[in-house]
Write a protein that binds this ligand. Structure first.
Ligand code: ADP
Ligand code: MG
Length: 241
């Protein structure tokens, strides 16, 4: 469904992706792991269309996601409709004056009729069990509550693919469990999920495969969950990244 071939990216000379190739299958949950600075966030931003590759190719289904594609708002919208991004830092994502408005923003941008927007917001508040937060200012919420609202703001757009950058970072076990359960539900409903994480323990119940970045900004290997669980050395390594 998503295919990256021989991808290169650098930030003014600072290498971030060094000949990365990866395929993500429809309906799978793929976790990107690897040391700090290895390229995880850069890859996720490429996949969601923040910026184009410097070299190599990225195809989302039959869409060739290159600079010309992303520079054309009509073309780019085809990608943005189908793939949603949850930032590592929720404060970057949340800018509306109430949680209700935050959740409504995406579907409004998609041009959906107001009744449909309201329905999606209501469904999302219920699914996340955050009805009590509907009229609160997102900026004032706790870290865990903000993360749920940030995920909600993507959920209401109902994308096929969810991309989450270190969604468990800084969260209490309570919120980590809630988000794992939510991702499991999305997986069951057929969504494709790509996330980065430092802790295999946190994602072992939901991942299908793990792609491991090296410090050289390359994908060192891609393993299925079974391969990891059957390899004590790999398991130990992935648990302390
Ligand atoms: P990870 O998410 O695995 O920690 P990143 O994708 O954020 O890695 O970063 C990959 C490399 O690119 C690192 O060397 C990082 O310092 C560099 N980098 C990331 N963002 C920027 C930026 N905005 N400007 C310059 N260098 C950056
Ligand atoms: Mg990162």
């Amino acid at each position: 469904m998503l295919t990256v071939n021989n991808a290169f990216y650098d930030y003014e000379g600072q290498l971030a992706l060094n000949d990365v190739s990866l395929e993500v299958k429809t309906g799978e949950t793929l976790v990107i792991m690897g040391p700090n600075g290895s390229g995880k966030s850069t890859l996720l931003k490429i996949l969601t269309g923040f910026f184009p590759l410097k070299d190599g190719s990225y195809h989302f289904k039959d869409l060739d996601i290159n600079k010309a594609f992303l520079d054309d708002p009509k073309q780019a919208a085809k990608l943005y409709k189908q793939i949603g991004f949850v930032f590592q830092d929720s404060d970057v994502q949340l800018f509306n004056m109430s949680v209700r408005e935050e959740l409504a923003f995406g579907p409004q941008q998609l041009g959906l009729p107001p009744t449909e927007v309201e329905q999606r917001v209501a469904d999302c508040l219920k699914l996340l069990a955050i009805e009590r937060l509907a009229e609160r200012v997102p900026y004032h919420l706790s870290g865990g509550e903000k993360k749920l609202v940030a995920i909600g703001s993507v959920l209401t757009m109902n994308p096929e693919v969810f991309v989450l950058d270190e969604p468990f970072n800084g969260l209490s076990p309570y919120y980590r469990t809630l988000i794992v359960e939510l991702l499991a539900k999305l997986h069951q409903s057929g969504k494709t999920i790509i996330l980065s994480s430092h802790h295999f323990g946190q994602i072992k119940d939901i991942c299908d495969r793990v792609a491991l970045f090296s410090e050289q900004h390359q994908i060192q290997k891609i393993m299925t969950k079974a391969e990891i669980l059957n390899d004590p050395a790999e398991l130990a390594h992935l648990s302390v990244l």
